[in-house]
Write a protein that binds this ligand. Structure first.
Ligand SMILES: O=C(O)CCC(=O)C(=O)O
Ligand SMILES: [Fe+2]
Length: 832
């Protein structure tokens, strides 16, 4: 496999350029005033930082004249649709400032031409690069490479106060500007008090530096792609400047490894550790950039290793990889901050096959190394990992270990197909590897790796493909961590009363009256101050982890057609109307009984992703949701004039019930689905109370007294609560179980995956659904006004629940009657 891959330098270069392309794709969402990050070749939009940093910094992409930083709002431009041949523009920098940048003749004219032999593009004499979609990556790559080569990257990093050049930097603890791997940038490190570069003599062994790769200007004619260069530099650590290709720049070195007390435990070439028999490992606990113990793997090319060491070139490698390490360290900080960290450049290039599926090898190796050594994060440059692989250096990884690791990280390859401008179908792939570490919170999440020509097609198994989508939203599956477009102002919504849970807990009479009004008139309300938001985010993570499992795996836990709700429900398994239209949501339901009995079992087994979070995530969420719903039930109980605890007795904690949590994923609609295309068809909820958490719009209620659907606007930190059938029945119709449905989110929001989370409180299985007239005169009076037996269902909670679920299942459908048989209080099946 190895021989089929391009040389590393090109791989790195292209990986980076492709990521940059992705950044451009997203640039419309990353406007001025936001912060963008390239970390180790990946891009992380960081609108998350907004609000945390009083002065969010404009995006800086390492482009500047040497001493005059230019702050680019961003690269603007977009891919044209495959149908149009219209070329997008890539504006490189705003206004006059960009003219300070000499980018003449630095841009490739043809993406298929690689590296130094590319013909300069005559059009590039202006600062506007015009290119078509296929060339876009190469153009921008060329441009940045040029600038990097001319040290603009280092300069801007320096000028804006970054103390780490090349891959990343932290400025005022928030801004990270990261550019392409460029070993030369390590030279420019200013006196480092944050990161100590242990030693960086750059000697004639540049010749071995395959890393030295990206300088597509005429200035680097003397660098060839075997990494040989005529501008060899001889330096020792007393040198203060270095000359490369005619440019002289100052250099600052730290101490050499042997003297460097900061780098405790640097492992010398002889010392071997853990499973990395062929590698050399350095530990450091002390750098502030490594707030926790991290493991640095330093591989050297097996063939060259010995001679390299003999020639004292360890430092060269250290310098070369420092960029990568720093990139990882920066990523790690973001992980720690709970943000999504993306990228494993090269992950795509070396998928490894395990049990008929392909996985990014380097990801896996890092993971395994971390596990094996007990480190939080394994940090190893992809390049070095790839070299290890390519040279077939033995890595003592046993298949069982691999499988175990795979089970933990659940890597998934998502393949997307698109047409390139020549009409060929290309398959872009995305690796997704949630990387759960010992602290159980931070994770590394993979990032799209664009396919490159035909090369990888045979490496991607169709089985590994999940829902293909061209939507950028597809790249992000970490709800809660993202900045999503707000609900559009110009879309009508139905207002809900806002209930303050804290006041309800204090039995504030005005608040109770408001709740009563909401529960009786519409049956929906917002609930604030419920204290469950963090748990909700974690539940979404659990949901995302679960949905990323291969479909085969999820199907092992499917609900089935017998009317049981617990487990996984695949998209399209339910009808959404009487014509048998299919739903588009997939979800994972976890029974309250199973969660509370864990590791015991009441109803069924769940996917590994659920089990893994049963104690840490699901139990706390369910407990808190139960507490909220029980408090609301107690208030409604009193308002209904029921004896104390009457409703509580219908929902005993110990009796098995249909109570469950449900995490729902709805993909962005394909091909302009109609607004009416329901993701979840019109329904009333089956149980007593639903406690719902929405990020995007899409939920609609049928406004009472009308035939009109109206959106409910999601409000941050406001749950949406509603009454279900059981409470309507118990209350003789006083409490309203209102019809609702889910449609694609409106406008801008429709481009995103929609995630929602519900906890349903449902009566114990044995409870008979009938009005509690004999326990409350209020209910008795209400029932007296109704047609006889209106709510005497004669059904237990279990029957009611089973009937409704079973008849929704498309496999059980015989005709419109099946849909009718699935209906709740709004359509009595017997009356239908
Ligand atoms: O996703 C939503 O907003 C609502 C979901 C829902 O109504 C349900 O699952 O019963
Ligand atoms: Fe619902």
């Amino acid at each position: 496999m190895a021989s089929r891959h391009p040389p590393h330098n090109l791989q790195l270069l292209r990986t980076w350029q492709l990521r940059l392309g992705h950044y451009i794709d997203r640039s419309d969402r990353v406007g001025e005033g936001r912060v963008g990050v390239f970390a180790n070749g990946s891009f992380i939009p960081l609108p998350q930082l907004e609000g945390k940093d009083p002065q969010p910094f404009p995006i800086v992409i390492g482009l500047t004249s040497k001493h005059k930083p230019v702050r680019y709002t961003c690269f603007r431009g977009s891919r044209p649709s495959p149908e149009t041949s219209e070329a997008p523009f890539v504006h490189v920098g705003p206004g006059d400032q960009e003219k300070n940048i000499d980018i003449e003749k630095t841009v490739f004219s043809d993406a298929s031409r690689e590296d130094r032999d590319a013909t300069p593009d005559p059009e590039s004499t202006t600062a506007v690069v015009r290119c078509d979609a296929d060339n876009i990556h190469a153009h921008v790559d060329a441009l940045l490479s040029y600038l990097a080569f001319h040290k603009h990257v280092a300069a801007v990093a320096y000028d804006i106060g970054l103390d780490i050049t090349n891959h990343g930097g932290i400025w005022r603890d928030s801004v990270v500007v990261v550019t392409q791997v460029h070993t030369t940038d390590v030279w420019f490190l200013p006196p480092a008090d944050r990161v100590r570069i242990s030693h960086a003599p750059l000697e004639e062994s540049w010749k071995c530096g395959s890393h030295f790769s990206s300088a597509p200007s005429q200035d680097n004619d003397d660098v060839d792609w075997d990494g040989n260069t005529e501008c060899a530099v001889a330096l020792d650590d007393s040198a203060s400047e270095v000359t490369l290709c005619g440019d002289t720049v100052p250099v600052t070195f730290g101490a050499s490894p042997s003297k460097c007390s900061e780098l405790d435990g640097v492992v010398t070439p002889d010392k071997k550790l853990g499973p990395t028999q062929t590698g050399d490992i350095m530990y450091s606990d002390s750098s502030p950039l490594r707030p926790r113990r991290m493991m640095f793997i330093h591989y050297t090319r097996a063939m060259e290793r010995q001679s390299m060491w003999r020639r004292g070139s360890e430092s060269l490698y250290w310098a070369m990889d420092t960029a990568n390490y720093i990139g990882k360290a920066v990523e790690y900080l973001f992980v720690k901050a709970g943000m999504v960290v993306c990228g494993r450049p090269g992950a795509y290039y070396f998928p490894v096959m395990v049990e008929d599926d392909y996985f990014p090898l380097d990801e896996l190796l890092r993971y395994m190394l971390a596990v094996a050594t007990g480190a939080d994060v394994a940090v190893a440059s992809t390049m070095q990992l790839l070299e290890v692989f390519e040279d077939e250096v033995e890595i003592p990884v046993k298949p069982e270990d691999l499988r175990r690791a795979l089970r933990k990280i659940q890597p998934t390859v998502i393949v997307e197909e698109r047409q390139d401008s020549s009409g060929r179908t290309r398959r872009d792939s995305m690796s997704v590897s949630p990387w759960e570490r010992s602290n159980g919170r931070a994770k590394l999440v993979g990032f799209p790796n664009y396919g490159m020509g035909d090369f990888h097609h045979d490496l991607i198994t169709p089985a590994a493909a999940l829902t293909p989508s061209n939507s950028p939203a597809h790249y992000f599956t970490m709800p809660g961590l993202l900045s999503l477009p707000p609900f559009p102002e110009d879309v009508p919504t139905h207002p809900l009363l806002v209930i303050d849970y804290q006041l309800i807990e204090k039995r504030d009479q005005a608040e109770i009256d408001k709740l009563w009004k909401a529960a009786t008139e519409l049956g929906f309300w917002y609930l604030k101050n419920h204290g469950v938001d963090e748990d909700v985010n974690e539940m979404f993570e659990m949901g995302a982890e679960t949905m990323r499992l291969p479909l085969d795996e999820k199907m092992k836990y499917e609900q089935g057609d017998a009317g049981i709700s617990f487990g996984y429900k695949a998209a399209g398994a339910n009808a959404t109307d009487e014509t048998g239209a299919l739903d588009t949501v997939e979800f994972i339901n976890v029974s309250k009984d199973d969660a509370l009995a864990w590791p015991g079992k009441v109803h069924r087994e769940y996917p590994s992703t659920v089990n893994a979070r049963m104690e840490s995530t699901i139990q706390p969420f369910i407990e808190k949701s139960l507490a909220v719903n029980n408090a609301l039930l107690a208030v409604l109980n009193d308002k209904l004039g029921l004896p104390e605890g009457a409703l509580a007795h219908l929902h005993p904690r110990e009796e098995p019930s249909g109570s469950e949590s449900r995490c729902i994923k709805n993909p962005p609609p394909q091909n302009a689905m109609s607004e009416e295309q329901a993701a979840i068809g019109a329904h009333t909820d089956f149980g007593s109370l639903s406690f719902l958490h929405n990020r995007l719009g899409g939920l609609q209620v049928m406004v009472p007294g009308t035939e009109q659907w109206q959106y409910i606007r999601p409000i941050p930190e406001h749950a949406i609560c509603n009454v279900g059938d059981a409470l309507t029945i118990f209350s003789g119709g006083i409490l309203r179980s209102n019809l609702h449905r889910v449609v694609p989110p409106p406008k801008e929001q429709s481009k995103f995956e929609r995630w929602s989370l519900v906890f349903f409180t449902r009566p114990g299985y044995s409870m008979v659904l009938r009005p509690l007239s004999d326990e409350s005169s209020i209910i008795a009076e209400a029932v007296a006004k109704l047609p006889a037996d209106k709510y005497d269902t004669g059904s237990t909670s279990l029957d009611w629940f089973t009937r409704r679920i079973k008849n929704q299942r498309i496999k059980n459908r015989t005709g419109p009657e099946t849909w009718k048989a699935s209906r709740g209080t709004e359509h009595r099946p017997s009356a239908a």
